[in-house]
Design a binder for this molecule. Structure first.
Ligand code: XMP
Length: 529
């Protein structure tokens, strides 16, 4: 039985003022959505194929067209039904989105001699209201830096618009038509390299769309509590508690909504970090006062993973066993019909839909078997990670929980390349513990999004004392990120890397080499599998 998992996720039910971000294929669409939410307005990403009728049904208070890699002149370039301009909803186009607005409304998009990339000086011009920069850029310095990334440029804006800013190579770097509610910017206001970018987005939201902003943590809690109660009624609910931030916050939220109707199941998969199982039982059972059932399932997971080397197969096997174990635990919780999961909005987007390719099936979304015997309650399904952390604090969870680094549902299994065995897990737990401990001792834990060790399926020759060794390497992975959608490898000081390396080699049997992963995401992913 699969019910509407979004039923308890705040935001999608029309209760909040909403801005839809139409994704024209930019890696920036999620960033735009997050910036809108930071300004206090709920936002959701939709594909360009969305029909004007569907938009009207959802009644957003504004639309933002994202940038994208295509040229409006190329056949098959993504477009949107032009009837969208007759809906009377204010629209902000960014980069490609602005060019599309121009092209569909009688303007001209041309190929300039050279594109603009990176930080670019931009000058304001008077808007139709006489204010330099018009509605979106008004009040900002006459000359400012913006982040550009385009080859085509708008030469003439749509009929009736006013050009409110220009650069050396973009004569129409910003335009607006206040009466029609049409706005376009050639630069990227959503990136940090545009210092006044957030102001531009806020001006669109507040002045352009007339929104005050009702997406606050307190109202998110209220809405989620109401939706959870409506979804589960007086039914019993089980929560899959993993020890990570997401399931902890989901559990706290559901507990706030329905109290003792909730029982949490903590499955010790044997694939957790060192001592994590005990910590989880201690912290959540005691600190949060939630009814907690602990299941020691390491043997079952190792049996299910025996012989499996392919990453997706591992994820599927783990996801399925999780569900089976919850179903067994259900016997202890009289008649539970609902299962809480801490699925986040990026998981939903990344797990692929008709518009996005599957990158990895996250075990809490794509890895679920079809015959699952619970209805899902996923109250965080509409939230970004930073929102989940804030929500956790709003619910009174301690920093040790809400600021904890993310840990994947399949645990260390996706950090052991090749077959997963108890011995390899023990080795990796030990190395991983050292890596994170050294980072904490260096005071860098909070700056780093995730830091951990990976055990690849290779061996190399070394020498220790007078002995030749033939051991395994450990790869250290540490990244900075805002939301895990993109990430950069962390510039950990050499002396910290050195102490990690020498401790791992000296203290972890079987390890004779340490490497540091210097791959960003994209093109890499954060995890190795
Ligand atoms: P990747 O490796 O895709 O990871 O760049 C992005 C973020 O998601 C975490 N991750 C998972 N979390 N179930 C989860 O709950 C999963 O199957 C899973 N796979 C990756 C990863 O740790 C990173 O924070």
């Amino acid at each position: 039985m699969k019910s509407d998992a979004s039923a308890s996720a705040p935001g999608g039910d029309g209760r909040f003022e909403t801005i839809l971000v139409v994704d024209f294929g930019a890696q920036y669409a999620q960033l735009i959505a997050r910036r809108v939410r930071e300004a206090g307005v709920y936002s959701e990403i939709v594909p360009p194929s969305i029909t004007p009728a569907e938009i009207a049904r959802r009644a957003p208070r504004g639309l933002i067209f994202s940038g994208g890699p295509a040229s409006v002149h190329v056949e098959g370039a993504p477009s949107i039904d032009p009837a969208v301009y007759d809906l009377g909803i204010p629209i902000l186009g960014i980069c490609y989105g602005a060019q599309l607005i121009a092209q569909q409304n009688g303007g001209t998009v041309g190929r300039t001699d050279k594109g603009e990339y990176g930080r670019t000086p931009m000058n304001l011009a008077a808007g139709s209201d006489g204010v330099a920069g018009g509605r979106l850029l008004g009040g900002l310095p006459d000359e400012q830096t913006v982040w550009m990334s385009h080859f085509d440029a708008i030469v003439d804006g749509p009929a009736g618009v006013t050009t409110t800013a220009s650069t050396a190579d973009a004569p129409v770097a910003a335009f607006e038509h206040q009466e029609r509610g049409l706005y376009g910017v050639q630069f990227h206001p959503e990136v940090v390299h545009t210092p006044h970018g957030q102001h531009v987005i806020e001006q669109f939201i507040h002045q352009g769309c007339g929104l005050d902003g009702d997406w606050t943590m307190a109202s998110i809690v209220d809405s989620a509590v109401e939706l959870i109660r409506a979804q589960v009624g007086d039914g019993r609910v089980i929560c899959a508690l993993s020890g990570g931030v997401d399931s902890a916050v989901a559990a706290a939220l559901v507990h706030r909504a329905i109290g003792d109707q909730l029982s949490c199941v903590f499955v010790d998969t044997g694939l957790m970090r060192l001592n994590e199982g005990e910590q989880v039982i201690e912290t959540f059972g005691r600190h949060m006062g939630i009814h907690l059932i602990g299941v020691d399932a390491g043997d079952r997971f190792f049996a299910a993973l025996a012989g499996i080397t392919e990453p997706e197969a591992k994820r599927k096997a783990i996801g399925e066993l999780f569900i089976r174990i919850f179903e067994d635990a259900k016997a202890q919780v009289d008649d539970a019909k609902f299962l809480v999961q801490g699925t986040l909005y990026p998981d939903v987007i990344e797990s692929g839909n008709e518009h996005a390719a599957t990158i990895k099936s996250h075990h809490n979304v794509g890895g679920l078997p079809d015959d699952i015997d619970f209805a899902l309650v996923e109250p965080l399904r509409s939230l970004f990670k930073d929102e989940v952390r804030k929500l956790g604090s709003e619910l009174g969870l301690p920093d040790e929980i809400v600021l904890r680094q993310p840990f994947p549902g399949p645990g260390l299994a996706v950090r052991i390349i090749g077959e997963v065995t108890p011995d390899k897990v023990a080795t990796l737990q030990h190395a991983d513990h050292i890596v994170r401990e050294e980072l904490r001792l260096a005071g860098l834990e909070r700056e780093i999004w995730q830091s951990f060790a990976v055990l690849p399926d290779i061996r190399s020759v070394g020498v220790m004392g007078d002995e030749r060794t033939y051991g395994h390497p450990i790869i250290i992975r540490a990244v900075t990120s805002e939301d895990a959608m993109t990430a950069d490898w962390a510039r950990i000081p050499y002396d910290v890397l050195e102490s990690m390396s020498s401790r791992v080699i000296n203290e972890v049997p079987g390890i004779n080499r340490v490497a540091y992963d210097i791959t960003s995401k994209p093109p890499g992913t954060i995890e190795w599998e």
